[in-house]
Design a protein around this ligand. Structure first.
Ligand code: C2E
Ligand code: CA
Ligand code: CA
Length: 536
């Protein structure tokens, strides 16, 4: 008859249960939500009574604690974990580190740390395969006791995890007093919506942990939505039913073999240039700016070796720039290379790597083919300015600002086509032609100009360099400068005879200005033809 056992039954049955296998361990994987690789596991005690069936730790652990049996139970778990790791080592299997729970009552027992050390040595297990979880409630008996335990664990090389962080026993300040290596945040302690108040608390814990460079594992994660939320605030490690329940050792062994492994990495290290942490906190000015004041913006991670890209956050304007009916969720879940052709992808990756290299803002233009059921097919050109704002090992955190420049691009292409024709024509006639861009003061000469006058393909800060070179004589310099001012002011046409080159050969020089749809001057097309008969 299956039922919950009472206190006396637990206490009386404990010694037998240890021996006859009613007490055993289950292991629950910890997974990197980004890469789906396993980063560790937690050992949890199980009690399956032959008659009364499965008993719950929340029932029997407090009983064992009250009756001074918990140290024995915890050491039993530790031994079972070592036994398992030994078996894997002997079989030359790759092993993930396994965490054990240390009851706060173990703290009062001076022998705990020495005892686990003895067992570890007995099995010859490298300490890197073992971690110890303590809870916030461990500080109830006084900070010094637990500090002493943590220090000794660290001396021996164990990583220490703070279990059930935020369950309420102490303030966030505990992180400053206790040097734990890993923080476990239990999603089940969250009240209400993850985007709401709970979300704000969690993201400030994540932020704080990053300041302290502590790894965070989100525990009790059952829904994809929760895991994605944690990822969006920069926490990738997940332990919960979403990936796996705690499973018996043989089952875990199979899982461990089938899944790839990787080590835990601390939160991203900051570049000094920019405080990226602030982007994760919904309360900061930075987030306000991110969501309201900047243009289209996204934050993504880039994994260098796999050239893998993961979008973490995009703002409203980002979605508008893309012009498709998508939500932030859609963008985060969709293939990040959605709409990219091979060329565009190559350009984009090259720009990311340039930004990693230079630590500066880098820019690229990429065409994307986008199609959706509601909006049909479209081809858009996106200008992206990106900058690295954080990194850890091979992984980079990148802030990208985007602008949809399709209309500008289309107009430019059209001009380019006309321009090319013009330049070709100029080459056949006895004409020198060039194009002047008002906004940038850039001049692009025709091939003939380049050949005959030795001009480069692009002249910046026009017309100063050609005045300086003597191509334009000094006595005409101010007149010619004035022309460019007039073009800027919106004069449609200019012409005159100017003696050019050191030989002061008279040329008929003409300018025609081109305007955008708002009547603003964009370009001016210049031409110069030799005055043969000195007609003017
Ligand atoms: P804990 O250390 O916080 O362990 C995590 C608990 O959350 C486990 O419950 C696990 O089964 C459960 N859990 C994991 N993922 C999910 C999820 O997605 N959803 C939900 N609803 N639950 C999830 P379990 O095994 O019942 O253990 C309860 C508690 O008992 C543990 O909480 C720990 O405080 C204690 N305990 C378990 N084993 C030991 C042990 O060997 N020694 C000591 N001292 N305490 C232990
Ligand atoms: Ca635990
Ligand atoms: Ca926990």
């Amino acid at each position: 008859m299956e039922r919950r056992m009472n206190e006396a039954e637990f206490v009386d049955g404990f010694a037998d249960a240890l021996k006859n296998g009613d007490l055993f361990i289950c292991l629950q994987p910890q997974i990197n939500h980004n890469t789906k690789r396993m980063v560790g596991a937690e050992a949890l005690l199980r009690w399956k009574h032959s008659v009364f069936g499965m008993q719950y730790p929340n029932d029997f652990i407090p009983v064992l604690e009250r009756n001074n049996l918990i140290l024995q139970a915890d050491l039993f778990v530790f031994r079972k974990v070592c036994e398992f790791i030994r078996k894997c080592m002997d079989a030359h299997k790759t092993i993930v580190p396994i965490s054990v729970n240390m009851s706060r009552y173990d703290i009062y027992n001076n022998d705990y740390v020495e005892s686990i050390e003895e067992i570890r040595k007995e099995y010859g297990i490298p300490v890197k395969y073992l971690r110890v979880e303590i809870t916030e409630s461990s500080t109830i008996g006084g900070l010094e006791l637990i500090q002493n335990v943590v220090n000794r664990l660290h001396e021996y090389g164990y990583l220490v995890e703070m279990d059930d962080f935020g369950s309420g026993y102490s303030s966030l300040n505990i992180l400053k007093d206790l040097e734990v290596d890993i923080i476990k945040l239990d999603m089940r302690f969250l009240e209400g919506e993850i985007g709401g108040r709970g979300g704000i608390i969690i993201s400030s814990v994540v932020q704080m942990a990053k300041w302290l460079k502590t790894v965070i594992i989100a525990e009790g994660v059952e829904e994809m939505e929760q895991a994605d939320y944690m990822k969006s605030i920069g926490c990738f490690y997940i332990q919960g039913y979403l990936y796996s329940k705690p499973v018996p050792v043989p089952e875990f062994e199979i899982k461990m073999e089938e899944t790839n492994h990787e080590p835990l990495k601390p939160a991203m290290k900051l570049l000094e240039a920019m405080d990226s942490e602030k982007f994760w906190d919904p309360d900061t000015l930075e987030t306000l700016i991110f969501s309201n004041f900047v243009g289209g913006a996204a934050i993504f991670t880039y994994h260098k070796s796999g050239q893998q890209l993961d979008v973490l956050r995009v703002n409203e304007k980002y979605l508008k720039e893309l012009g498709m009916n998508q939500s932030e969720e859609d963008v985060i879940h969709n293939d990040p290379w959605w709409g990219f052709g091979d060329d565009a992808k190559r350009v984009y990756i090259k720009t990311i790597e340039k930004a990693i290299e230079s630590k500066e803002e880098e820019c690229c233009e990429t065409w994307r083919n986008i199609s959706s059921r509601c909006c049909g097919d479209d081809k858009i050109c996106i200008n992206t300015d990106m900058r690295v704002i954080g990194n850890a090992d091979e992984e980079y955190l990148i802030y990208a600002m985007i602008r949809n420049i399709t209309p500008e691009k289309r107009r430019y292409d059209l001009l380019m086509q006309n321009d090319t024709k013009l330049m070709k024509a100029a080459d056949h006639a006895n004409v020198y032609a060039w194009e002047y861009t008002v906004a940038t003061k850039e001049m692009r000469p025709c091939f003939r100009c380049m050949r005959d006058l030795g001009l480069p393909a692009l002249v910046e800060n026009y017309p100063e360099p050609v005045i300086e070179s003597g191509l334009f004589p000094p006595d005409y310099a101010d007149l010619y400068r004035d022309w460019h001012k007039k073009v800027e002011e919106g004069v449609e046409k200019l012409e005159g005879v100017i003696p050019l080159t050191v030989g002061r050969i008279p040329f008929h020089v003409r300018y025609t200005t081109e305007f955008d749809e708002n009547g603003k001057p964009v370009k001016a097309y210049g031409s110069a033809t030799m005055v043969v008969n000195s007609e003017e």
